[in-house]
Design a protein around this ligand. Structure first.
Ligand code: ZN
Length: 172
């Protein structure tokens, strides 16, 4: 069980995109700096939390919670397939790969990975601490609703290409 190595030279200015709510940017910064209260990090502080995913028998690592879990992975796949963004070797590489598509995807290159990670964290915590159930299709729908709210708020500022992409993703 190992944590993925944190890339030292990622461009963290990309975390602070104007379309992403500040609370989500702060969360992404913590994710990229391995500063979330994940079971492995809590163990280092002598706080014991069963390192098991609330949705499947797998171990609750960063890679699993935010990417590989069967609750979350279909949503990455759906957006990735629609926008032709493909899997990478680990979660942080994947997020950076999304960011690298900023010239063609515009702000969706930032807001989609941020929205998926944000909801993966919220959904996992709700299941772990409140026993709230979820399903992969409901998870995807919640991510879509969140993205719709992000873009609807500033619809007047949308670029033509963004409107086109949002229609393809069922977000407009
Ligand atoms: Zn899982």
């Amino acid at each position: 069980m190992t944590l993925p190595s944190i890339p030292k030279h990622y461009d963290n200015r990309l975390l602070w995109h104007s379309r992403i709510p500040e609370k989500v940017s702060i969360f992404m910064w913590r994710l990229f700096n391995n500063a979330l209260p994940l079971p492995l990090n809590l163990q280092k502080m002598n706080i014991s939390l069963a390192p098991k995913c609330p949705f499947c028998p797998d171990v609750d690592t960063m890679e699993h919670i935010f990417w590989r879990c069967r609750m979350v992975y279909p949503t990455w796949q759906w957006f990735g397939r629609t926008l032709e963004v493909y899997d990478q070797t680990n979660l942080l590489e994947l997020v950076q790969h999304w960011w690298s598509r900023k010239s063609s995807l515009k702000s969706l290159a930032f807001s989609i990975p941020a929205a998926i990670c944000w909801f993966a964290w919220k959904t996992r915590n709700a299941a772990l601490f409140s026993g709230t159930c979820c399903r992969p299709d409901k998870f995807q729908w919640e991510v879509q609703i969140f993205l719709i709210s992000m873009y609807h708020m500033r619809a007047g500022k949308l670029l033509g290409i963004e409107s086109l992409l949002l229609r393809r993703l069922g977000l407009m």
